[in-house]
Design a protein around this ligand. Structure first.
Ligand SMILES: Nc1ncnc2c1ncn2[C@@H]1O[C@H](COP(=O)(O)OP(=O)(O)OP(=O)(O)O)[C@@H](O)[C@H]1O
Ligand SMILES: [Mg+2]
Length: 346
């Protein structure tokens, strides 16, 4: 897969990891804005002396502490713990990248049998501590929101945060990046007292117009085609990739855009009219809020009220807790909102 642009973001993130680990970095942004792809690219560009662990929490279905533990690790059948650590610290000619944390089968079995989650975090702290004597460590936790509601006596997420804080602000041994596109969740984290002054927030947004033009022009798009793609898709990487593929096989770009738009409009219509049937008052509030987007692309907000929360949960709006603005998840939603308002007001 070809990777486009993101030079500024890659520079920013590589600069962060040059410093001593101190804060937890939360990577957030609209759906499909390219957060995971960007972090994977950052790993590819790490200088020597680093080792990266990338954990995708959505890889398995997490329902409790055991399934959470399972998702963190990857079993290495042929090696014991000493050999795994030895391999990590002694490899000096290349950057090591791991999907999940390598662990011998017998240790994982113990964890899954009767060990409390605190012991697992203690093991990991020790594991990273040993590596940190020789290497700089990056830990990436993707799709953090999947554990937002999981409780084992107390919320798992708080135990995880405590562990991540020990790796960063206490021991300074590991750079931690946590990724999520759930904006109600990131809002909750942003206002979480235990993370105040101990975390930073980095927005990975869709591409801007200039970047879209540059990418599409290099793929032979005409000015007219670029305008169409920007109108419907804005800078959403996943749609741009689709448009480039469609162009390559000589199909009509406008047809593709309209097809995607029809689907999204239909979904939005379904969501909003269902609300009209179930909760007329909520429906009125939604329409009032959406009217703001008739002539604006984004809005400032003061608090996430239930109406905003509803539209975020339905993936219609995205909220940035740092800059306190709301905007449609993509251009498709923006156009759909504007056309739906015309329909409602008929
Ligand atoms: N910089 C890029 N260059 C090329 N393609 C990209 C880039 N960023 C994203 N993409 C494409 O867009 C798709 C979605 O990107 P990605 O999964 O990284 O987004 P995300 O923000 O992590 O999504 P989610 O909100 O679901 O977590 C990728 O599969 C890839 O095809
Ligand atoms: Mg992702």
């Amino acid at each position: 897969m070809e990777f486009y642009n993101r030079e500024r973001e890659i520079r920013d993130l590589l600069n962060m990891i040059k410093q001593e680990p101190n804060l937890i970095t939360f990577i957030y942004g609209p759906i499909n804005s390219g957060k995971s792809s960007l972090m994977l690219e950052v790993i590819n560009r790490l200088p020597k002396g680093y080792v990266a662990f990338y954990v995708d929490l959505r890889r398995r279905y997490i329902i409790d502490d055991k399934s959470f533990v399972r998702v963190l690790f990857r079993i290495r059948y042929e090696k014991d713990l000493r050999e795994i650590l030895e391999e990590i610290v002694s490899t000096s000619d290349k950057v090591l990248k791991f999907f999940n944390i390598p662990i011998p089968a017998n240790i994982l079995k113990e964890f899954l049998k009767d060990k409390p989650i605190d012991d697992v975090f203690e093991f990991l702290e020790d594991f990273f501590l040993k590596i940190s004597k020789k290497k700089r460590i990056i830990l990436i936790l993707d799709e953090l929101q999947v554990i937002k509601d999981i409780k084992i006596n107390e919320f798992l997420i708080y135990k995880l945060f405590n562990f991540l804080l020990s790796l960063t602000k206490v021991l300074h041994i590991c750079h931690v990046f946590a990724i999520t596109s759930d904006s109600t969740f990131i809002e909750r984290i942003y206002n979480e007292a235990m993370l105040q002054g101990r975390s930073r927030y980095y927005l990975v947004d869709d591409f801007d117009r200039e970047t879209v033009e540059k990418i599409l022009r290099s793929k032979g798009f005409s000015n007219e085609e670029i305008d169409i793609v920007w109108h419907y898709f804005g800078g959403k990487p996943i749609y741009l990739v689709e448009a480039i593929q469609v162009k390559r096989i000589g199909k009509d770009i406008k047809e593709l855009c309209e097809e995607f738009y029809e689907i999204r409009y239909g979904q939005l219509e379904e969501i909003i009219y269902k609300e009209k049937r179930l909760n007329e008052r909520r429906f009125e509030e939604i329409i009032e809020l959406l009217k703001e987007f008739r002539d604006k692309n984004f809005l400032r907000y003061k608090e996430i009220n239930p109406t905003i929360q509803f539209l975020i949960e339905k993936n219609i709006l995205f909220a940035d807790p740092k800059k306190k603005f709301l905007k449609p998840q993509s251009h498709l939603e923006l156009i759909a909102i504007r056309n739906l308002l015309k329909e409602v007001e008929k």
